[in-house]
Design a protein around this ligand. Sequence first.
Ligand code: MN
Length: 245
Amino acid sequence: MATYFLSDLHFNGDEARRARILRFFKEIVVDAEAVYLVGDVFDFWMGYPSTLYQQHFALLRALAELSEAGVELWIFSGNHDPHLGGFFGEIGARVLTSGRMIPLGKRTAWVEHGDEDDPRGGLRRLAARLVRHPLTGALCRWVHPELLWRVAHLYADHSPPPPYETPLDEALIRDRLASRCAAGADVMITGHFHRPLHLRRTLNQQPCEFICLGDWLTCFTYARLDAQGLRLYRHDQPDPLPIVT
Ligand SMILES: [Mn+2]
């Protein structure tokens, strides 16, 4: 049995990506024990009390099928889907609105989407706080769903492409990983940065691991924990990504 972690699916109208994401969920049902979706699962989601966007149906059905097959499902909110609302209980999934420690056998992982503590600048962290604020969610729920959908996609379609070429901010390792490990985590798992990376370091005489989950825009990466350990994989490739030391 295995536990899967993936993030930044940014599920939208792109047919090829949709098909690949849905195929992945069909493939893992054979051995998945738990699945953690670590934020930005949807390119845009607003948790209205009684309205769903039909564009999400295919993914919701795939997740419901996993849940019905007995797979434990956890969904973190991200900056593209900060207000997940009450729907996910309907498909047996549990929602997490910020980072948390998760026991993984003998080890403990700190898992977060990553936008709330983004080391790339105070403006980004402020934006994360703003979009995640309960008042923002309450106000948005009074906007007509079609209007909100169009405005959100105007934003999503014009936001800059993920910074695949830029190296990850060293502060993620130096500060964030160090403080999570000092707080008792053996591994930190994050989404949001659209860069697949598995790194092993010794910080304060303590071995620590850092996994940045990549995305399902162009990387198609996921982490998998099984009897052999925790590794980062590219979908459709049998061998895990190398661990950087
Ligand atoms: Mn994000």
